[in-house]
Design a protein around this ligand. Sequence first.
Ligand code: NIG
Ligand code: FE
Length: 395
Amino acid sequence: MNQLFLGITELYTPFKKIEKPAIAVRNGRVAWVGAAENLPAEYSSWDKVDLGNHSVVPGLVDAHTHLIYAGNRYDEYLRRARGESYEAILESGGGIYSTVRATQAASEDELFDIAKVRALKFMAAGVSAIEIKSGYGLESLHELKMLRVIRRMQQELPLRIHPTLLAHVIPTGWNHKKYLEMFTDELIPEVKHRGLAEAVDVFCDQGAFTLAEARKILQAALAQGLKIKVHAEQIARTGAAKLAAELGALSADHLEQSTPEDWQALAASGTVGTILPGAAVILRKPFPNTRAMWDMGVKIAIASDHNPGSSPLYDLWLAMRLAISLGRLSVEEALIAATANAADALGQSDIGRLEPGAHADFLVVDTPQALLPLYQWGNTPLCSVYVGGQAVWPQ
Ligand code: NIG
Ligand code: FE
């Protein structure tokens, strides 16, 4: 199918701004994008779609979420707001463990129904591609259950979904060595065999996996041909960001406690540094020095880290606004970080950008100024969300 989108005031690719553009789309992918006045004759007869003098940006890519979980941690949020620490709650068997208990007890259908609602909220807010991690199952049986829920979401929902197997914490009652062996020798090969994940992630931090354990898990993933990524330098500085760089990970995420030495390593390896403003701000941790990282050559992505504990955040735009104000990115850089760079953090070079060959995933912003949602806090006016040239929202 050939479509020609017109009636656009301005568009960000996101690397450059084009005034009065047209987008030619063939079979769901961008064939041509540029100023409408320069439209090559071959596209001028294609089926026209008038976007009504609104603006366009690429569909947002949320490269780090824990979207599937049962229950919530509302009570802990109230306690933390009064001064109790996230770390102490985790150590005493709450935090992640409390979500694990609820998620283990939930059926596959229940988890699907809850996660579907969340995913559609993200889509309505402009997210056209989303990564979803397992990690609240811990036991093999429940990790596989979570990954099957993600697979069903891929089959039934119109946004793009990228599944990741997450080694989150050691389950209660397990010996570290035994759990590690189960994870590397049984779970990772099983997940690979069933095609249930594209990548493996490890929470390498105080109260979770050590650097040596993270290395073993990541190496087991690489040996199976899976991509890797790391929860790095969130609570304590462990060396996980440098490990991510050394092993050629797609991304090192969090980075609240990271140092210039870590940034150098990420910049040199091309590993994306994914900042998670929700977790940094909600847990009252230092905001990653995003400006310095970007200037040192780190490819920066911004993600929601949606989860019931550290980041009950449903809005990637808010994460971008925080990265502008507290991370000192420019508005244009924040858009790049939540689209093209976030796509690179998933190892996907054909989403998150509007250029020939890429999927035609884009947002029609309900104003002539495309970046207005990053200026107006708490107001994100969108007309529609397109995935592969098709309007998926409103339905
Ligand atoms: O990315 N840090 C580890 N994992 C999540 C939090 C999970 C939770 O608190 O439930 C994160 O912040
Ligand atoms: Fe996370």
